[in-house]
Structure formats: structure tokens, C-alpha cells
Ligand binder design. Structure first.
Ligand code: HEM
Length: 411
């Protein structure tokens, strides 16, 4: 039984949010947290309403939650024609022919990164592989030099911490702002260079695009690039780690995916439904709104609890079961605007990187699964997740048959 004084900001919730999802939906679907003066909505239909009623619930909150570290307005803050036009440029940069070329970069980076771990038979999928992989691939597809990926990781860490922290001390705030400014200082000369000599990359596309006959300022391009960098990097290692965790925890489904890799998109979609890496999406109520008999007042900050909405029995049968064959998943739609799960959000601001994210995780999993024979948790490994806003495994130490032994054994 959950105590009525229960807080989403408590250590208990942080340790295992999914243990509280049913209670929240049933007993506190409009959960108020006085310490941060915010409402948390957990029922599928309420979350969907908030994310699709763009007049009543806006992204104004991002002005304080994101703009300071993005060094300008981010895509999710924009509205109307400006949003449509700029969103289109970013979508074009991550779909169609551009995506075909990106798959090559994804495969090459994954192959290079996994190589040193194969003879060892042990790898932390999150820290040895997922994190460096996500930064390196994203830099490469943006046309930035991936040699500097460690430095960029540090800067992005500060930007990500600012956006995903529910509360932040003054000292951490200064740290995050400092990292964001350094990232901006790195990007501005590159953007100015692309303005003079545009290439085929997304930065050049943003520099040469016009909106209402006016080219985007360097500040606007910088903000969009930081926006894409953080949005692409932050959930990637989490989604990959969670996919492997669920498959290892469900050996029969792992065996099926190994036998039939065409099941991978379903396994990825079910991973995103079951454990969405982006757990909270904020909005601002523009007028009083009533959910489950409770008034959310105009001006209030509202957090959509995506993890709880994705486990709502009104939307999915047996929602607490991980099942890549679930008929209500709708795999083909899962990476589009018509997705039933809410891991990519929904409505006007739904993720622009969904197709890229799918390609990224599918390509990597298809490459790793045959290499990681008898993949299992390392002896003594204790699984732990971190994060309230974005959430994923802190690490995922895996053992598998060392590759040289396997080759020698077969030789
Ligand atoms: C598994 C991976 C990913 C997850 C779970 C995810 C999740 C999300 C969610 C929940 C939103 C909605 C935010 C809102 O409504 O306020 C969003 C928006 C966005 N995502 Fe992703 N994302 C992923 C990968 C990516 C990638 C790879 C990119 C870049 C290529 C990206 C770029 C963006 C951008 C730019 C937006 C804002 C769109 C807009 O406001 O129009 N995301 N994402």
C-alpha cells in the first residue's frame, strides 16, 4: 500500500518508478508535488490529451528548462509556421537518402567500438559501448569531427543535466551553464564556416535555409544543433541497454530474435513502450483544465509520466508484461506519428528522430547479437537504473563467449 504522502521526488520512487505507476494512475492520476509546484499526469488518455491539445498545453516551460543551455530557442518551443518549417529541415536530415547514408556510419562506428571487447568476452554495454557510440555517431551525422567526442560528451553532460534535473543547486547550475557556453564556443566558428562553404550536412542545411525570406541567425542554428545533439545522444545508450536487459531477462524472446532478426523492430518498440528512456515530458497549462475531477490551474507546470501512460491497461493488455509479440503494439506504426505507445511523445512535437533512433538501435543490435554468443550478465553484476526525467541502466556488464576462443574452437 502506498502512503498518501508519497512523493515522486522520493528515493523510493527513484529506485523503481514502475512499482508506483498503477497506484498513481488509480489513486493519484493528477499528482501534485508542492516542492516544485508541478502536476504529474499518469493516465494514458490524460497524457495524450495534454500532448495533442497544443492550445491548452504549451511548451512555454522550455524557456527556463532548456533555452539557457541550448543557447537559444529549441524546436519544441516553437509554434505555427516557424515550427513546421524548421522541423521539416531537421526531419529531412534524418530520413530518406540521408538516413541510408547514416546507417553506414552507424555500422562502422559500432564495429570499431565493439572490436576491442570481443576477445575479452566482457563489455559494459552502456559505458564501454552505448555512450561513446551515441556521441560519435551523432557527431558524424551532423558533420562534426568525432575525434573530439570525449570533450563533447563532457559539454553535453552539462546541458543534459540542466534539462533533465527536476531541481538543481546553484553550483550545478553554474557548472551546466559553463559547459553549455563551451559547447556554443566550439560550434559557432564551425557554423560560420559552413555558412561560407556549405556542404551536404544538417548544419549547412540549417545555415542556408530561409524562414520568411530571412536566414536563420547563428544563435538559432547553434540552438538547433545543441537541441539535436542532446535529443539524439541522451536516450540512445538507454534504449540500447534496456533492449538487451529485457531480452536477457526473457531468454525465449532473445532466442526468437536471434533466430529471426526481423523481430528486432518489435523488440525495440516493446522496449520503448515498457521502459521509455524519456520518462517525463513537461508542458504548461494555458487555462484551467480538469482531469479525473482535479483542476490543474492555468499557468501550472504539468509533467506527463510517459512510463505510467505506456503501462495503462486502458491502452495495452497485460501492460506490465514485456512481450515482443503483443498484438496491441502495432510495430509498423511504432516509429511513426500513429504510434500507440508514447515513448516518442505524440502530436506536433513528436520526436523527429524516431526513424533514426530505430535505424540506430536495430543496426547495432543486428550487429551485436551474432557477435555476443551466450550473452548474459557478468558474475556479481547488480542491475540499477538511474534518472527521473530520462532513465536507463547505470551500467550493463555483459559476459559472452570471447570471439578468439570461438574462432579457435571452430578452427
Ligand atoms: C530512443 C530514442 C529517442 C527517444 C525515446 C526520444 C523521445 C522524444 C520525445 C518523448 C520527444 C517529445 C518531446 C515533447 O513533446 O516535448 C522527442 C522530441 C524530439 N526529439 Fe527525440 N527521442 C529519441 C531520439 C531522437 C533522435 C535520434 C533525435 C535526433 C535525430 C531526436 C530529436 C528530437 C527533437 C529535435 C525533438 C523535438 C521535436 C519538436 O518539438 O518538434 N530524438 N523525442
Amino acid at each position: 500500500m502506498v502512503d498518501s504522502r508519497f512523493s515522486i521526488l522520493s528515493e523510493e520512487f527513484a529506485a523503481a518508478p514502475d512499482r508506483y505507476f498503477a497506484w498513481l494512475r488509480e489513486h493519484s492520476p493528477v499528482h501534485y508535488e508542492p516542492a516544485i509546484d508541478s502536476y504529474f499526469l499518469s493516465r494514458y488518455r490524460d497524457v495524450k490529451q495534454v500532448l495533442t491539445d497544443h492550445e491548452a498545453f504549451t511548451t512555454e516551460t522550455l524557456q527556463v528548462r532548456a533555452e539557457p543551455v541550448m543557447r537559444g530557442p529549441v524546436l519544441a518551443q516553437m509554434t505555427g509556421a516557424e515550427h513546421t518549417a524548421k522541423r521539416k529541415i531537421v526531419v529531412r536530415g534524418f530520413t530518406g537518402q540521408a538516413l541510408q547514408n547514416q546507417v553506414r556510419a552507424i555500422r562502422a562506428n559500432a564495429t570499431e567500438l565493439v572490436a576491442p571487447f570481443l576477445p575479452r568476452g566482457r563489455m559494459d554495454l552502456v559505458n564501454d559501448f552505448g555512450k561513446p557510440f551515441a556521441v560519435r555517431v551523432t557527431l558524424e551525422v551532423l558533420g562534426l569531427d568525432k575525434k573530439g567526442w570525449r570533450q563533447v560528451t563532457d559539454w553535453l553532460g552539462g546541458v543534459g543535466e540542466f534539462i533533465t534535473s527536476i531541481t538543481l543547486t546553484d553550483e550545478r547550475r553554474r557548472h551546466c551553464m559553463d559547459r553549455a557556453r563551451q559547447l556554443e564556443t566550439y560550434l559557432v566558428p564551425i557554423i560560420e564556416q559552413r555558412r561560407r562553404h556549405p556542404g551536404k550536412d544538417l548544419i549547412s542545411a540549417l545555415c542556408t535555409a530561409e524562414f520568411d525570406g530571412i536566414a536563420m541567425s547563428t544563435r538559432d542554428v547553434t540552438a538547433l544543433i545543441i537541441n539535436v545533439l542532446v535529443a539524439a545522444v541522451e536516450p540512445a545508450d538507454k534504449a540500447l541497454g534496456l533492449l538487451f536487459k529485457h531480452l536477457i531477462d526473457h531468454p525465449e524472446q532473445l532466442a526468437q530474435v536471434r533466430r529471426d532478426p526481423t523481430l528486432l523492430p518489435a523488440a525495440i518498440a516493446e522496449t520503448l513502450r515498457f521502459t521509455p528512456p524519456v520518462q517525463l515530458v513537461p508542458r504548461q497549462a494555458e487555462q484551467d483544465a480538469v482531469f479525473a475531477g482535479t483542476v490543474v490551474p492555468a499557468g501550472a507546470t504539468v509533467f506527463c509520466v510517459i512510463g505510467a501512460a505506456n503501462r495503462d491497461p486502458e491502452a495495452f493488455t497485460a501492460p506490465d508484461t514485456f512481450d515482443i509479440h503483443r498484438p496491441d503494439l502495432g510495430t509498423a506504426r511504432s516509429f511513426t506519428a500513429a504510434a500507440q505507445h508514447l515513448a516518442f511523445g505524440t502530436g506536433l512535437h513528436q520526436c523527429v528522430g524516431a526513424a533514426f533512433a530505430r535505424a540506430e538501435i536495430e543496426t547495432v543490435a543486428a550487429l551485436l547479437l551474432p557477435l555476443l554468443d551466450r550473452v548474459r550478465y557478468s558474475p556479481g553484476f547488480r542491475y540499477r537504473e538511474t534518472g527521473l526525467y530520462t532513465r536507463g541502466p547505470a551500467s550493463l556488464s555483459l559476459d559472452f563467449t570471447p570471439v578468439h576462443e570461438r574462432v579457435a574452437g571452430h578452427g
